[in-house]
Design a protein around this ligand. Structure first.
Ligand SMILES: [Zn+2]
Length: 346
């Protein structure tokens, strides 16, 4: 019966909210919250009781009592009383749900987006082996070497599990929404996606999620994709292979190529372009050879721009209809790809 089912679900949601409320009250005791709001008080007889002027009504003689061990307040002047949530609702004119959001923000540890993305990436990495569909998808995209998968920190977002993991670490819904890890409905934004972390200077700046279901487009979290993928490891090479997609990158990495980077799309942003031009080097442009020629046009335009900045370019010609990923998926190997590099045209 659908009515019974939805009632059960509602009860589950409520119990999650109750748990969250209890955790918040422990993390941010009422007395601490009041002191942060500049409430001054003196001990009122018993060890855990304090009294001061009521923040909820005008008065000159203190009648606002806080019991720190019970985590409750009561005012003998205006008759109001309750817990931290009640106080926030009354003093800030918020609904219960608004006060929950407000207190999550107030009690959250100082937000370091890179650290939260790091926790998300680690969590996704831990999920990969638990979901056969994810490993099956990687195999289908030519990725089978566990060491390479680990080196690239590839993970899997099954959906509906990251939120619980990160809020249990004390991160607020507000922060997770701001980073794009949760959608506006507060559900995991990545659902059934293979995830690659994108790093800059050793810190994760974004996550790339590739849906394992053909219907959904690939996507990044909102915000900058950062510079070229894994650029710090590559910049010292005099010759660099540039690919457009992370699955292209991953199969070449697995095949042993290391002088390798990825522009995460065919159009380079300004900082990616500057990186490629930061010293004299040769760039092997290895964009898709798609049927409508758009990859090759992008490659040609980029070659001209780079040459104008003194960078030597070579265009790697893959067999028609291929990208580096499909080249390896369909049986190409490192030796064959090396021949393509050697045959690349200026
Ligand atoms: Zn009062």
């Amino acid at each position: 019966m659908p009515a019974v089912f939805s009632y059960a679900r509602l009860r589950r949601q409520n119990s999650t909210v109750d748990e969250e409320v209890e955790k918040l009250k422990q993390r941010l005791p009422l007395l601490d919250y009041l002191r942060r709001q500049n409430w001054t008080a003196r001990p009122a007889g018993h060890g855990s009781e304090f009294v001061g002027l009521c923040p909820l009504h005008p008065e000159t003689r203190p009648s606002f009592y806080v019991n720190a061990s019970k985590n409750l307040f009561y005012c003998h002047g205006c008759g109001q009383g309750g817990d931290l949530f009640r106080f926030v609702q009354l003093s800030r004119y918020l609904s219960f749900h608004q006060s929950l959001t407000y207190l999550q923000e107030q009690s959250a540890p100082p937000a370091d987006p890179a650290a939260v993305l790091e926790q998300a990436a680690t969590f996704y990495q831990q999920q990969l082996d638990r979901y056969p569909e994810a490993l099956h998808y990687l195999k289908h995209r030519g990725l089978h070497d566990p060491a390479s998968i680990k080196e690239l920190r590839i993970g899997y977002a099954p959906g509906a599990s990251l939120r619980r993991h990160l809020t249990a670490q004390g991160h607020s819904f507000h922060l997770l929404r701001r980073l794009g890890l949760l959608n506006p409905q507060d559900c995991d934004a990545f659902y059934r996606r293979v995830v690659f972390p994108c790093c800059q200077a050793g810190r994760i700046v974004n996550l790339y999620g590739r849906s394992i279901d053909a219907a959904c487009a690939h996507r990044f979290l909102p915000g900058s994709k950062g510079g070229l993928y894994a650029w710090e490891q590559v910049r010292q090479y005099p010759e660099v292979i540039l690919v457009e997609g992370l699955f292209d990158y991953a199969v070449l990495w697995q095949a042993g190529f290391r002088h390798l980077t990825c522009s995460l799309g065919t159009s380079l942003n300004a900082s990616q372009f500057r990186q490629l031009c930061d010293r004299r080097r040769s760039v092997y442009l290895t964009f898709d050879v798609d049927a409508n020629g758009s990859g090759q046009q992008a490659s040609e335009r980029l070659a001209h721009r780079l040459q104008a900045h003194g960078i030597a370019t070579r265009r790697v010609l893959l067999p028609k209809g291929h990208d580096p990923n499909s080249f390896f998926v369909e049986g190409g190997d490192a030796r064959q790809f090396q021949s393509l590099l050697e045959a690349a045209q200026p």
